[in-house]
Design a protein around this ligand. Structure first.
Ligand code: BES
Ligand code: MN
Ligand code: ZN
Length: 506
């Protein structure tokens, strides 16, 4: 079954007084005033603003970030209901800072998550500038996401189909950009959420081929190449072949290329795409194993990002490499003690079949370097140690100093939380093998950093490279918050697109 594409609402710009807008719900941002919640919306006339201030007062809404209250519309409002959402200490003048933009995204996301069974929603926020309008639209679009592909009665869910953001004409570009980037994040979520019965290496590859047939991607000359299992074996992709050997559904390596004529630089995105990670013969315990359907989130993000970058027409050459395999235990599975030959020739003794991501990434990293890109970013749900070190929402960023800093900077602009981490030089010693060049599982201490040290062995000196460990942030198994729903989050698509934009601008 091809990956079903979740429909996001359409987004359009509205102008004039928000009170005059027709919608099932009008979402109004409230900031914290000295005396309670104050409407912080562009274009609101005095009278409706006073009515909203009174309403906020009546329900005790102080404008605090995270607070969301839906009320029947006060007199003078055309919309059927009003949703008051807190944005905290943000007004027209401060709305351009990274923190304030994130407050707008989260508030819009909170509102849209709270709205079920409504068709049209208008948002009145401090959105006079394009970046603020983009933030509001992004939060609203991502907060409206509902994964309904496998529900027998999805019609009941009645998703929002139409969003309007109150903003001046000069902010239209922000809305357009939000639509493209949120679409990409939703595509990544869809892939992560799809059950592994239906998402396996060949079906993943086919979904990417199908998606690349969209008219705008064809026009941007996006190309997809799928290396089948036999080709991988012949060409010596020992990591993918070894990890995939336990499954009846063989591995694939997918290469997506976007190469605009005016490209300033060449960015390679390498994604871990384990469509299900049982651990293999080093079998995982049963608790929460179902979350391992998300072990392809890096590959999903890489694919969605290159498509978004192409749709935006950014002048950056981007190549995505999706290393796809299913890690299963079986009579044909690789065993602990087996030695693999990674693409390019390095050998690895597999001491733990559950450290499979680094094996498929090693193949893809070596392949990516054959094109001599200016920057390589790999994206992987690589270690449980990432969650221990940084928690469920903060991506660990490792690699060369310059590349790592670029990623952390790009992340700040998007609100996706990332933090730089080192690759201590001594760590690679824990991968010493008696038989091969390396083992695949080093010491337990600093497991996220150790995994990065392993990957570093497959990155040549002088190559700019960043490694993103997204084990926690790519999949939300706890409660929803802001524009982050349960399940796939779409992290770090928005940061990768932002990075491409920053590379284009530099
Ligand atoms: N896919 C897992 C890492 C993971 C854990 C992702 C939790 C998302 C949430 C990875 O393949 C894995 O199993 N890593 C091992 C490595 C160890 C065997 C060296 C781990 O983290 O335990
Ligand atoms: Mn594993
Ligand atoms: Zn894994």
């Amino acid at each position: 079954m091809a990956t079903p594409s979740t429909q996001l609402p359409t987004i359009s710009r509205a102008s004039g007084d928000p009170a005059a807008l027709t919608a099932d719900a009008l979402v109004v941002a409230l900031r914290t005033g000295t005396d309670g919640g104050v409407p912080a919306a562009s274009g609101l006339a005095k009278k409706p603003a006073a009515a909203l201030t009174a309403a906020a007062d009546a329900v005790g809404h102080t404008g605090k970030a995270g607070s969301t209250v839906r009320i029947p519309s006060p007199t003078g409002f055309k919309a059927a209901s009003v949703v008051l959402v807190g944005i905290g200490d943000v007004d027209e003048h401060t709305s351009g800072s990274d923190a304030s933009l994130e407050a707008l995204r989260r508030a819009a996301g909170n509102a849209l998550r709270a709205l079920d069974s409504v068709d049209s929603v208008a948002l009145a926020f401090p959105a006079a500038e394009a970046d603020a309008a983009e933030a509001v639209a992004t939060g609203a679009l991502l907060g409206s996401y509902r994964y309904t592909a496998y529900l027998s009665d999805a019609a009941d869910k009645n998703p929002v189909t139409k969003l309007q953001v109150v903003a001046p004409a000069t902010a239209q570009s922000g809305l357009d950009r939000a639509a493209t980037v949120a679409r990409a994040a939703a595509d990544a979520r869809d892939l992560v959420n799809q059950p592994p019965l239906d998402l396996f290496p060949a079906s993943f590859a086919q979904t990417i081929v199908d998606q690349s047939a969209a008219a705008d991607l064809k026009k941007a000359k996006v190309r997809v190449e799928v290396l089948e299992e036999e080709t991988l074996r012949e060409r010596g992709f020992g990591g993918l072949i070894g990890v995939g050997s336990g499954s009846t559904r063989g591995p694939r390596l997918v290469k997506i290329s976007y190469a605009p004529k005016k490209a300033a630089t060449h960015l390679s995105l390498v994604g871990k795409g384990i469509t299900f990670d049982t651990g293999g013969i080093s079998l995982k315990p049963p608790a929460k194993m179902e979350e391992m359907k998300s072990d392809m989130a890096g590959a999903a993000a890489a694919a969605a990002s290159v498509f978004a970058i192409a749709r935006l027409g950014l002048p950056v050459r981007v190549t995505a490499w999706l290393a796809l395999a299913e890690n299963m235990p079986s009579g044909s599975a690789q065993r602990p003690a087996d030695v693999l030959r990674i693409y390019g020739g390095k050998t690895v003794e597999v001491t733990n079949t559950d450290a499979e991501g680094r094996l498929v990434l090693a193949d893809a990293l070596v392949a990516a370097q054959e094109e001599s890109p200016d920057l390589i970013v790999d994206i992987a749900t690589l270690t449980g140690a990432q969650v221990v070190a940084l928690g469920l929402r903060t991506t660990g960023v490792m690699g060369t100093d310059a590349a790592r800093n670029k990623l952390v900077l790009a992340a700040e602009a998007t609100g996706e939380q990332m933090w730089p981490m080192p690759i201590p030089e001594e760590m690679i010693r824990s991968f010493d093998s008696n038989t091969a060049d390396l083992t695949n599982a080093g010491g337990r201490a600093g497991g996220m950093l150790a995994a990065a040290a392993f990957l570093q062995e497959f990155v040549e000196d002088g190559v700019e490279w960043a490694h993103l460990d997204i084990a926690g942030p790519s999949y939300n198994a706890e409660g929803p918050h802001g524009y982050t729903v349960k399940g796939g989050t779409g992290v770090p698509v928005r940061t990768l697109v932002e990075l491409a934009g920053q590379l284009a601008g530099a």
